[in-house]
Design a protein around this ligand. Structure first.
Ligand code: PLP
Length: 409
């Protein structure tokens, strides 16, 4: 009997070939992939030293949780305006002004489902097919995939390890072509912890204005700075840049609220309106309960942020000092976020390890330590170690890490 496929040639085509080119250009977030591998092992009852997480290990502050519960009890559980409730948009603009000296109104603010959605909407609103987008490496994986998803071409500019991954304006300027549309900066940086020096940032702003570009600044980690660095936002430099600037922020890291999915965008009203269009056809509003919790997080006491920063400071010092005791391992000094990004290339060629993917796999298989390989962030010689985990896990896990490296020979 003739098969259906043989009688209808189209039917033998694989489903994959019929899927949109857009989705085939991107892949599942590599950082989430590593987390899921570690999760599988944990589910089997295996102890993992988990240095993978990109989220605070602290609970959401009590006052914030209470506000969420209050929202449920008072039936604040329905749709809200797509761009978020007005008191929250006002609170976001006010908090940003207080913390960083910016000047945004509620109309220039949109509440979204995590920083990721604001980022998605902003890139969708700015990037067309053929546009080039300057993306410093190492980069948080989502930037690259979103640019590619919307038909843009990422142009990579290395933030070098010798400069502790602090990006230089001159390097950005050299990468500009007539096709450049947007520059994406993430400072403090995920994964390197690198921080763009305030003066360099101002120079980048000047380039953006002079070359008629847009700047997207992702401030997910801007409250977590070390060695006397003060929080800085490029939004504080004044009006001239404002029409070309979009700030992406999130409550995920600052207030340990990753699961509440609450982020925001600050941008000129015209751009906010574009972002709103997309949001209105995708998620609509961020969860009403999360919005009430966020209102409390932004308006309430800020001491939980200070406490978390104190703990990260202690752990960062411990991790950096410990890594110095491992022969062959070089680690830049991160000035922000909660990651270190050591160079492990000295161990390539040993026991079949050729790249950071091999290294991370061997580390998980043999030492039960989860890290994210640098390939996920556009560099081949590094791994990301998160210290958003308990001091006890760091002490025990890093001792095992040191032994794993010693055993490589
Ligand atoms: N930006 C950066 C640099 C991040 O690392 C993350 C999360 O890991 C986000 C934005 C988005 O976080 P969320 O969607 O939880 O707000």
């Amino acid at each position: 009997m003739e098969t259906l496929a043989a009688s209808r040639p189209g039917a033998v085509m694989k489903l994959e070939d019929k899927l949109s080119k857009r989705t085939q250009r991107i892949s599942v977030s590599a950082t989430l992939n590593v987390l899921s591998e570690a999760e599988k092992l944990k589910a089997r009852g295996i102890e993992i030293f988990d240095f993978g997480p990109g989220e605070p290990d602290f609970p959401t502050p009590e006052n914030v949780k209470e506000a969420g519960l209050r929202s449920i009890r008072t039936n604040f559980t329905k749709y809200t305006a797509t761009s978020g409730i007005m008191p929250l948009r006002e609170a976001m603009a006010r908090r940003h002004a207080r913390d960083f000296g910016s000047q945004y109104t509620a109309q220039e603010t949109i509440v979204s489902v995590g920083g990721k959605q604001a980022l998605f909407n902003a890139i969708a609103s700015l990037v067309d097919h053929g546009d080039e987008v300057i993306l410093p490496t190492p980069f948080w994986v989502t930037f690259q995939d979103l640019v590619t998803f919307f038909g843009g071409t990422p142009v990579f500019v290395p933030a070098t390890e010798e400069n502790d991954f602090c990006l230089k304006a001159a390097d950005i300027e050299r990468a500009i072509t007539p096709k450049t549309k947007l520059i994406i900066i993430n400072s403090p940086n995920n994964p390197s912890g690198g921080v763009v020096d305030d003066q360099e940032f101002r120079k980048i702003a000047r380039v953006v204005i002079d070359r008629d570009l847009f700047l997207l600044s992702d401030e997910a980690y801007s409250h977590f700075l070390y060695e006397g660095r003060k929080p800085f936002s490029i939004a504080s430099v004044g009006e001239e840049l404002k029409s070309r600037l979009v700030i992406i922020g999130t409550l995920s890291k600052t207030y340990a609220m990753t699961g509440w999915r609450l982020g925001y965008g600050l941008a000129p009203t015209v751009l906010i309106q574009q972002m709103l269009k997309i949001q209105s056809h995708s998620t609509s509003n961020a969860a009403s309960i999360s919005q009430q919790a966020a209102l409390e997080a932004l308006n309430g006491p800020q001491d939980s942020v200070t406490r978390m920063l104190g703990e990260y400071t202690r752990r960062r010092e411990y991790v950096l000092n410990f890594l110095k005791t491992i022969p062959g391992l070089h680690c830049a000094r991160p000035l922000g976020a909660f990651y270190v990004y050591p160079n492990i290339s000295a161990f390539y060629g040993r026991k079949g390890i050729q790249n950071s993917m091999d290294f991370a796999k061997a580390l998980l298989d043999q030492a039960r330590i989860a890290v994210v390989p640098g390939e996920a962030f556009g560099t081949r010689e590094h791994i990301r170690i998160s210290y958003a985990t308990s001091m006890e896990t760091l002490e025990r896990g890093l001792a095992v890490f040191k032994k794993f490296i010693a055993d490589l020979g």
